[in-house]
Design a protein. Structure first.
Length: 119
């Protein structure tokens, strides 16, 4: 299984970025997908999640109204559209694939992509 994030970079406050996470080696449409982030000296936190069908999403309070998660099951890709970025959004952003059921629990992580919000 491989999850590969892309789209990170340096952006000014108020700017926008779109992160992508391409998945391979798993049945992508069966997995819920999440975006987490970890800032220096802080614990990793859940930013946004989307169910396997793409019909339900959830967001951390700190990003509600600014970030949007979506997925394309045909392309095995999940996206995170980030608008009105703030310096406190600076972190390494990680993609996570999650499948839980009666038969087991599977969780996979990408390597992360750096997002820096600074003037």
């Amino acid at each position: 299984v491989q999850l590969v994030e892309s789209g990170g970079g340096l952006v000014q406050p108020g700017g926008s970025l779109t992160l992508s996470c391409g998945a391979s080696g798993l049945t992508f449409s069966s997995y819920a997908m999440n975006w987490y982030r970890q800032a220096p000296g802080k614990e990793r936190e859940l930013v946004a999640g989307i169910n396997s069908a793409g019909s339900s999403t959830n967001y951390a309070d700190s990003v509600k109204g600014r970030f949007s998660i979506s997925r394309d099951n045909g392309k095995s890709t999940v996206y995170l559209q980030m608008n009105s970025l703030k310096p406190e959004d600076t972190a390494v952003y990680y993609c996570n694939a999650l499948l839980s059921g009666w038969s087991g629990h599977w969780s996979y992580w990408g390597q992360g992509t750096q997002v820096t919000v600074s003037s």
